[in-house]
Design a binder for this molecule. Structure first.
Ligand code: FES
Length: 173
């Protein structure tokens, strides 16, 4: 594992924070270590294809998970849903070099959050400002919540979840 890149990604994670206008969100947790990652995705049209415009994440996880999630949100930009779906935890962590055996699940957790968000595409989130339509049993936006909401109970159970929440960085274009 490239320790310098890991430290750099941890010190300066990209795309950290909730995305208010996301099209989809996915969350996974590792029952082994109690860590969790949530990922948001926003799509755009490009040359008649729907591609990932941007992604962001929140992590209640170890530093490796934060670093891989940061890499992942950069690596999937411009990819179609199908292309991103093909990416394994190994692919997503490639810029860091091979993960040590005990850290492989950290990359897999990021892969899981990404796939959960990609699979959520069919249940795209409605902007928070839009009222529910007749026939909806509940506003879909409520699925997003915050990671803190979702993990409040989990944190009490696991007792070792570390909360890593920072405001989303200013848009860099
Ligand atoms: Fe569990 Fe890294 S995600 S130790």
């Amino acid at each position: 594992m490239d320790e310098a890149r890991l430290q750099d990604a941890i010190a300066n994670p990209q795309n950290l924070g909730e995305m208010a206008d996301a099209d989809a969100v996915g969350t996974v947790g590792s029952p082994d270590c109690g860590d969790m990652v949530r990922m948001w995705i926003k799509y755009r049209e490009q040359d008649g294809r729907k591609v990932i415009d941007k992604a962001s994440f929140q992590s209640f996880g170890c530093q490796t998970a934060i670093a891989v999630a940061s890499m992942a949100t950069e690596l999937i930009r411009g990819k179609t849903r199908e292309e991103a779906m093909q990416m394994s935890g190994e692919d997503l962590s490639k810029p860091l070099g091979p993960l040590p055996p005990m850290k492989i699940h950290c990359g897999q957790m990021v892969e899981g959050a990404l796939k959960a968000a990609l699979e959520a595409e069919g249940r795209e989130l409605r902007p928070a400002s839009k009222e529910p339509e007749v026939g909806d049993s509940e506003p879909r936006r409520s699925q997003a919540g915050t990671l803190a909401d979702a993990l409040g109970a989990a944190g009490k159970q696991a007792g070792k979840i570390r909360i890593v929440l920072q405001p989303a960085p200013a848009s860099n274009g």
